[in-house]
Design a binder for this molecule. Sequence first.
Ligand code: AHR
Length: 677
Amino acid sequence: MKLPLRSLRWSAPAACFVLTALADPVPVTVTVDVAHPAHAVSPMLHGVFFEDINYGADGGLYAELVQNRSFEHAEHLFAWGTVNRGGSGDVTIGTADPLNAKNPHYARLTVREAGQGFGLANYGYAGIALQAGEDYLVSVRARGDAGELTAMLEDETGRVLGRTKFAALDREWNRFESTIRSSGTALHARLVVLATVPGRADLDVVSLFPAHTFKDRRNGLRADLAQMVADLHPAFVRFPGGCIVEGMDLPNRYQWKDTIGDIAGRPQNWNRWQDAIAREPAPQYYQTCGLGFFEYFQFCEDIGAEPVPIINCGMACQYQSKQLVPLDQLGPLVQDALDLIEFANGPVTSVWGAKRAAMGHPAPFNLKYLGVGNEQWGEDYFARYRVFAAALQAQHPEIKLASGAGPGVDDKSWRLAWEKFRAGLPASVVDEHYYRPPQWFLENATRYDKQDRAGPKIFAGEFAAHDRGRRATLRAALAEAAFMTGLVRNSDVVAMSSYAPLFARAGAFQWQPDLIWFDNTRVYGTGSYYVQSLFSRNRPDVVLPVTVKAAPVPVTLLPPAAVATYGAEALPPFKPEAIPALFVAAGQDRSANEAVLFLVNPFPEPRAATIELRGSAGPAAGARAFVLTSASPDDTNTFEEPRKLAPLEEPFAPEGATFARTLPANSFTVLRIPLKP
Ligand code: AHR
């Protein structure tokens, strides 16, 4: 018996889901005009946004296992503990005659009786995770007269999993390094550095890295987290943010020159996310800048992504200190920007190119993009942007500039920004940000269909659908997917896009939702991660025009009403007329001669799609479907169920140039269909 769908739906929320599932899927016709390709798809369309928020760098992607390695936290012995094995002595913080001026504090061990050892233990980021049989590189800068220091890896019970002894100290600072193989696996291990004879030992930059990092780089990245990023096949990596660029105040802003060279000479900065969100204080969150601009460029090269650095434009956070560098004092900041280009691209004979070469990369990194300011707005911003743009364009016309447009769209700041661009303010791409409820993403999937093709292009530089409780639900992921069909369709004007933020450390985050969650040993992607991956890994070369014919979506099927989020006002009631019955984009992968279809059905009932590849000779063998769905739009991924929301790949055989396919309720489907020549 067929159930009369419309009369039964929504009589009771729980029951209706069952009833709609039994009903006939709603018909929809999708016609893809294979014979008349439209514009090329921007090769930069899908990238990633990286910021040291949520312990994304220190304690995250940066593989350093020691926290507070240089004793530069305000609480200088944070993450450290005294180890006294039957001796006596003191641990103090010294500043006299430091390792260098940028690293002014060190730990001093004054050992009166050594016993079985007197020294310090570092507890990493909520423990140090060790793997049996793996090698770890331990290093320390030290001086003194306490003989030979011992370094040990110990598990949480004190069992020694590996040890090494360094050469004897002398009066000058020296760097000591050794490899320790761990004999056991431990989740909450510690690194112990001990003096075993009386005397004095000054310690600084105490470091422990897994020998195996991503691409086995020294001072490298955590292999599993870096691989998650690499698996997205991002066209670019935006770095270092985000608000980190701005700083809470100007001294706190990100200064790239502090992030290169020997890690011992990189001054530590406090992380502006320490107290940016009142209910998520993180007073011990610092930036070592160990993952600095060299490591960033290297990572981009390793994963085949373009670097897109964002530089400070003489403005600190406009929500917080609002500090400004006076217009007539911007010179050094502009010079920093020019020097960054030289560091990336300059010959080894140039000042900054030589520094790159000294770090092990004589070849240029081929930087092509530069963002001037993060999420800034207002006349203060554009006055500063002009100064940077003039200097950069004069000296580096080959570099494409990204300009901010403020923290939101369709508001006063955003309108002012677009007035400026339309009046000729130079920018290759305009960085638009949207952290809005799923409803907004559905309503805005067509926003760029109407975009003026003459102005600068769009860089959707930070976005994420914020569902209730800011959970990374399937509902949020599907809303992003729906919106992204509009980015693909309009990729003649939308040049670049990146979800934000990228990483979050479980138990130590300031912001959600995020793309990738991790702890010391585990990692998973959210549903949104798989949406990004499906778009990025299936990016076609050209767009194919699509027509969709279907009855309008009944208002009862629209997702829950707007929710307020940090900084985002509640939305007005849903505009059902703005919601397509199905969200579709199509293109062609010319090298593989495949049609690629992105089909998003964010509604709680299936769609019976009749898909026509008009003007094609029909499908060849080897079609694949990738389907992301789950039982409920509230579903999320977790460490326990890391792939509850993950696409399933299935081969399928379209019956001809016109074929039928059911699009499940709450689903995102990507079809790759080889075409007959
Ligand atoms: O992605 C989190 C933050 O959101 C970024 O740091 C900032 O640019 C935006 O406000």
